[in-house]
Ligand binder design. Structure first.
Ligand SMILES: [Zn+2]
Length: 243
């Protein structure tokens, strides 16, 4: 595999084969894991415009030797899913039931995006052609990206939303893309679709998957370590009155 120059597009290198970008506006993370001839994008941004920008970024990063072949959506919140149509033609993965939420909840997703400051026209155009995942993950699923690069998709919700999926990337240092189960740049958000009582247990599962030495990449904010996730678990447990 040719060396990827992550900085050339303003992305953060997490490993030679994995990086992420913090998108403007809502500081939402999009991740990329690269194999041989294939690559997995994790979350697609808050609009078609953002999705297109991500597509251009990934083309530049991957060059001739790979393209985005898989998309994993961590959960059905607008800032994580509205750019998916820019990647039409790739295999889209989500927690089982996410397809139904996106298929029947497009109006609510659009309204939520506008409430959060996305211009109404952009919200409408993105939700009109919303892409629902065709590949449902219940439990765990391994994706082979070629060149010995495998990633594990794990459905560990409901917690932050009704459909939380995390991505584990094995390597010298394991990387866990946490979606919004972990937030670093602000308080974890518990909206109407959250399952607060399950959240601490979901973080236990997250820590079990990643282990003590993994790099945990939150949906919003800087990458953190296991100690940070444990602390957030304790805070959430106290906040929601669960053990
Ligand atoms: Zn969220």
């Amino acid at each position: 595999m040719e060396r990827i120059d992550w900085n050339s597009t303003g992305w953060e290198e997490l490993a030679p084969y994995a990086g992420r970008v913090r998108l403007p506006g809502w500081d939402c993370t999009t991740g990329l894991v690269v194999g041989d001839g294939a690559a997995l994008l994790i979350d697609t941004g808050s609009s078609l415009r953002e999705g297109s920008r991500l597509r251009a970024d990934t083309r530049k990063l991957l060059g001739a030797h790979a393209r985005v072949t898989h998309v994993a959506l961590t959960h059905p919140h607008f800032d994580h899913v509205l750019g998916t149509a820019a990647f039409s033609g790739v295999g889209v993965y989500g927690a089982v039931g996410l397809d139904t939420v996106l298929a029947h909840g497009a109006d609510e997703l659009c309204a939520d995006a506008v409430r959060n400051g996305l211009p109404a026209r952009e919200a409408a155009s993105a939700t009109e052609i919303l892409v629902a995942p065709r590949h449902q993950v219940s439990g765990e699923l391994t994706l082979d990206l070629g060149g010995g690069r495998q990633v594990l998709l794990a459905n560990i919700g409901p917690a932050h939303s009704g459909h939380d999926l995390v991505v584990l990337v094995p390597g010298p240092r394991e990387i866990v893309f946490c979606g919004d189960l972990v937030e670093e740049s602000g308080e974890p958000q518990a909206g109407p679709d959250a399952a607060p009582h399950h959240w601490p247990a979901a973080l236990d599962r997250l820590l079990e998957l990643g282990g003590e030495d993994a790099l945990y990449v939150p949906g919003h904010g800087s990458a953190v370590n296991a100690a940070f996730v444990r602390e957030q678990r304790a805070t959430l447990a106290a906040r929601f009155g669960v053990s």
